[in-house]
Design a protein around this ligand. Structure first.
Ligand code: NAP
Length: 261
């Protein structure tokens, strides 16, 4: 390697472990923060909404950095907050927005790419010098990265970009003993899905947090490039959530069974 960057800081010797959760004010981020706190991690939480962030921080005795990591000041503050070392980095912020390309303006494309993809790079770039040997970076992607959705071209492209970034990053960091894992759920019942015109069979945010907690406790020798999972589309464990539009999956018979109009 020709890089002159300093090596990552070593794992903590006193057994304490630190996790950074970006997007902790969201459904998945908050569930992940609660799960990691229950597992004994000291937390640094990020999000933009002040009252939500403060409430969660008080509940979990966490430190906070408020704002959008795409802002250089916020990225610097994140780096400062984990300057003594961080073992787990979870990126769980993003937006689900857009429409068919014929109706979607370029500003919307830029916004979706900035929030879902550039933010991932901004966070990783800022905190990477402080990720400890044996640490794990978890990027919340989506099944739409590998199964792109019509009407969500920007979102699908952004998540696909996250996947490519994660794979390239993993190749860079494996020699240093740092893991990179994609967490790729299908539909999850969070505020993000409240805006969906489609009704989906959905996971819960706690399901995703369970995967994040599992990854966080794996030994560093276990390389897990991607955990892809979804709710069932049929059968007894279907759990409908979201809107009741006619686009997307054809779940009309299941809607009827569940009493949705
Ligand atoms: N819900 C699903 O069905 C689903 C499925 C697969 C993957 N995912 C992914 O999971 C992650 C979390 O989603 P979620 O379901 O938990 O959504 P959510 O409840 O809507 O939370 C979104 C998070 O992103 C932050 N955020 C929103 N807009 C932002 C912006 N412009 N700049 C910076 N931060 C912004 C929000 O916090 P503030 O507004 O406080 O900043 C919040 O913390 C996202 O990457 C999403 O794509 C979700």
């Amino acid at each position: 390697m020709t890089s002159s960057a300093p090596p990552p800081p070593p794992a903590s010797t006193d057994g304490s472990r630190v996790a950074l959760v970006v997007g902790a004010t969201g459904g998945i981020g908050a569930a992940a923060a609660r799960r990691l706190a229950a597992l004994g991690f000291d937390l640094v939480l990020n999000g933009r909404r002040e009252s939500v962030l403060a409430g969660l921080a008080e509940e979990l005795s966490a430190r906070t950095v408020r704002g959008d990591p795409n802002e250089p000041d916020v990225a610097r503050a994140l780096a400062d907050a984990v300057a003594d070392g961080v073992d787990v980095v979870v990126h769980a912020s993003g937006i689900l927005k857009g429409g068919p390309v014929r109706q979607q303006d370029i500003a919307t494309f830029d916004e979706v790419l900035t929030t879902n993809l550039r933010s991932v790079y901004a966070v990783v770039h800022a905190v990477l010098p402080h990720v400890r040997v044996g640490g794990r970076i978890m990027l919340v992607s989506s099944t739409s990265a590998t199964r792109p959705m019509r009407g969500l071209t920007a979102y699908s492209a952004a998540k696909s970009g996250v996947n490519a970034f994660a794979m390239a990053l993993a190749a860079e960091l494996e020699p240093e003993g740092i893991n990179v894992s994609l967490v790729s759920p299908g539909a999850v019942a969070t505020p993000m899905m409240d805006k969906s015109v489609n009704a989906f069979s959905s996971l819960t945010a706690d399901d995703v947090a369970e995967v994040i907690g599992w990854l966080a406790c794996l030994p560093p020798r276990m390389v897990v490039p991607d955990v892809t999972f979804r709710a069932p589309f049929r059968g007894p464990f279907v759990s409908m959530y979201g809107g009741s539009g006619t686009e997307g999956l054809d779940l009309s018979d299941l809607r009827a069974q569940k009493g949705y109009s």
